[in-house]
Design a protein around this ligand. Structure first.
Ligand code: APR
Length: 244
């Protein structure tokens, strides 16, 4: 592990443009469960019954209860050392952008500036009829939250069956194509189109690094594979090579 972290440190220092791509495994050390590892949310709930457009309309009570539970988990969570180290590395000019699949806002709260949220954010909600934006706590105010215009209020996250936000996709594509080093942290890379970005980075000549607890189907594409916990690996990297 130590020699791989040394290699990663060298690659970061040599890279002129480094992009970090995070998934739910980046937040498990903050107490937020991921989706597909053995303790993941999709081991308990059926994502199509809980997190799809169809569920919002046809299984509304359970759908909104699921998101209120997720909101509670998020409100209890704090950015962990890994989030803070990524923010510090951005300040030092060692990383240029974070593309995240996470909706927990922990990168922002840790101080990262250039964060692209591919799957939206649970910090907000919006009316599906008139587009009015609400603070997320509107979901707590009634079983099935409705806008003044009568429309359903949807959590600000991308549901199964929805397109990803065009602007976030455009920004993520731009950052990916500019990257010389692309570091994936805590993702199974099973969900498209998010899982396209690591391959696109590799295709445009970036070095590809995976920091993940479990193997993924894309491991063969990685130039460097670090099997470990995000917070612990980032702490070893930072303390040994980047602490000012
Ligand atoms: N450190 C490193 N890796 C971790 C850690 C950790 N502390 N904890 C979990 N992991 C790894 C797991 O081994 C797993 O491979 O993170 C990965 C998380 O994968 P998923 O649960 O599939 O999460 P993610 O890849 O972000 O899912 C993508 O799927 O359901 C949708 O919208 C949801 O954004 C999510 C998308």
């Amino acid at each position: 592990m130590e020699d791989k972290i040394k290699t990663l440190a060298e690659w970061i220092k040599d890279s002129t443009y480094t992009v970090v791509f995070t998934g739910a495994g980046m937040s498990t050390e903050a107490g937020i469960p991921d989706f597909r590892s053995k303790t993941g949310l999709w081991k308990k709930y059926d994502p199509i019954k809980m997190a799809s457009v169809d569920a919002m309309h046809n299984n509304s009570r359970e759908f909104y209860e699921f998101y209120r539970t997720r909101l509670k988990t998020l409100s209890d969570a704090q950015p962990h050392k890994g989030h803070k180290i990524l923010a510090e590395l951005e300040t030092q000019g060692m990383i240029q952008a974070i593309i995240t699949q996470n909706v927990d806002g922990l990168h922002h709260r840790a101080g990262s500036k250039r964060v692209i949220e591919l799957h939206g954010t649970l910090r907000e909600a919006e009316c599906i009829k008139c587009g009015r934006i609400y603070e997320a706590d509107v979901l707590e105010k009634s079983d099935i939250p409705k806008c003044k215009c009568g429309g359903l209020i949807k959590p600000g996250v991308i549901l199964f069956g929805e397109m990803l936000p065009a602007e976030a996709l455009r920004q993520a594509d731009l950052e990916t194509r500019r990257s010389h080093l692309f570091i994936v942290i805590g993702s199974s890379l099973e969900v498209s189109p998010a899982n396209y970005f690591p391959l696109q980075a590799k295709h445009t000549g970036a070095k590809l690094v995976f920091i993940n607890l479990d193997p993924t189907d894309m491991d063969d594409h990685a130039d460097l594979l670090i099997r470990g916990k995000a917070g612990e690996v980032l702490e070893k990297l930072f303390i040994t090579y980047f602490r000012s």
